[in-house]
Design a protein around this ligand. Structure first.
Ligand SMILES: Cc1cc2nc3c(=O)[nH]c(=O)nc-3n(C[C@H](O)[C@H](O)[C@H](O)COP(=O)(O)OP(=O)(O)OC[C@H]3O[C@@H](n4cnc5c(N)ncnc54)[C@H](O)[C@@H]3O)c2cc1C
Length: 383
């Protein structure tokens, strides 16, 4: 991969930098999660008005039609300017691209503009109490009733469900087929009596995700994405976009945290301790390896047109680096890093979930081993 930007890419970066400098939303407001979410929704509206919400989306769907390198630049610059992420991240990064790959023309026309403008927020209803890593064993059922499907079951960890209008829901539509084959992917309207959302309190103090209880929830037949029984394949499109989509933003975010830590170590004089300097140097090297690996992933996307299993690697590297940085911050800052309500205490506790969300580290290592390195599959090796 050539890491030198072309003239077009440099012009794209400069235009974006200027726009961000003039339109930056400022610091996150106090006053709770609802207010902060509304603030990010407003930020996405402003991005959309400026033509920056769907940078990686094709022009025909309201996006900017940016190249993969330009969309990487977009996320890097967003991180560099310390800008918040758009509120409808799951719609922009997961839902939109899934609809573009599998949706009907009517579905694209109906849903994509509302995702871009953040008028309709999307959430992802995949995980269940007994089905996380082994998603295909999910038990939520959908049974056809005329032109509708009737859904019963429970989802968990559903991020942003409390603010969402639409849920990307995977449900079992044929219990007699092998587990990967009897699944269907639906767009479920969250605004109905059969859908109950119960926020879960996290150790950060926030409630970023929820439980979903589905009791005779109804979904029109036309809201199937792909065809009946295609749920597993459609869900894989969503997951591959999830792991690759945020790689650039997240690696820049980790870099910012690390820079903050360097600043603290310099100001406090702790950097003169050889053990501290050694650990910071190691973290710096890991952050650079992650950045370059994220760029290398672009080559794969540019070659094959969509993210591949390599995205598992950047996701797992980022999550481990982020935990290392926040843990070392706690070691350096001492009790100050653990005081409730401070930035570092939030980062330290939030980072615990990084090795679980979007695929656990163990599961991602299996994907890298089997599908990137071509090592024998776990079950075959055990026989
Ligand atoms: C912050 C956060 C946000 C999330 N948001 C969403 C969301 O919006 N929508 C959604 O659907 N889900 C969401 N999730 C759920 C997430 O996708 C699951 O937690 C994840 O897939 C793991 O599933 P599980 O929690 O059931 O753990 P399990 O699958 O039960 O895993 C338990 C342990 O077993 C290990 N393990 C499991 N299988 C294997 C294997 N084959 N080989 C080796 N080890 C294995 C795991 O690595 C883990 O350590 C979120 C999770 C977090 C932490």
């Amino acid at each position: 991969m050539d890491l030198t930007f072309s003239n077009e890419e440099t012009a794209f970066r400069d235009e974006l930098r200027l726009w961000l400098a003039e339109n930056h939303p400022g610091d996150e407001p106090d006053g709770g999660e609802d207010k902060q979410f509304a603030w990010r929704q407003d930020w996405q509206r402003r991005l959309n008005d400026g033509g920056w919400a769907g940078v990686h989306w094709p022009v025909e769907y309201g996006g900017r039609g940016a190249t993969y390198t330009e969309s990487a630049i977009f996320f890097e610059e967003l991180g560099r300017a310390n800008s918040p992420l758009p509120a409808n991240g799951l719609g922009l990064v997961l839902g939109g691209p899934t609809l573009m790959a599998w949706g009907t023309e009517e579905q694209k026309e109906r849903y994509l503009p509302m995702i871009l403008s953040a008028e309709e927020i999307w959430c992802q209803g995949f995980s269940e109490p007994e089905a996380g890593s082994d998603l295909a064993s999910l038990k939520t059922t959908a049974v056809r009733d005329g032109d509708e499907w009737v859904v019963n079951g429970q989802k968990v960890w559903t991020s942003a469900a409390q603010w969402s209008k639409w849920c990307m829901l995977v449900a079992r539509t044929d219990p007699d087929l092998p587990k990967h084959k009897g699944l269907t992917y639906f767009l479920m309207d969250m605004d109905q009596p059969g859908v109950q959302v119960r926020p879960l309190k996290q150790m950060t103090g926030g409630s970023e995700f929820n439980e979903l209880f589905l009791e005779d929830a109804r979904i029109p037949h036309e809201n199937i994405v792909g065809s009946e029984g295609d749920g597993w394949k459609v869900a894989m499109t969503t997951l591959m976009n999830e792991r690759s989509g945020l790689a650039f933003f997240l690696q820049v975010r980790s870099r910012q945290l690390l820079d903050d830590l360097f600043r603290h170590a310099r100001e406090s004089g702790q950097i003169d301790d050889p053990l501290v300097a050694d650990k910071l140097a190691r973290l710096h090297a890991k952050a650079e390896v992650l950045r370059l690996t994220a760029y290398r992933g672009l080559t794969q996307i540019e070659t094959y047109g969509q993210p591949g299993p390599e995205s598992a690697l950047t996701k797992l590297m980022w999550s481990e680096l982020n935990q290392d940085i926040t843990q070392f911050a706690a070691d350096l800052l001492g009790p100050q890093a653990l005081r409730d309500g401070t930035e570092w205490s939030y980062e330290l506790m939030r980072a615990r979930g990084n090795t679980i969300e979007g695929g656990t580290t163990e599961v991602l290592k299996n994907i890298v081993a089997e599908r990137v390195l071509g090592l024998p599959r776990l079950k075959a090796a055990a026989q």
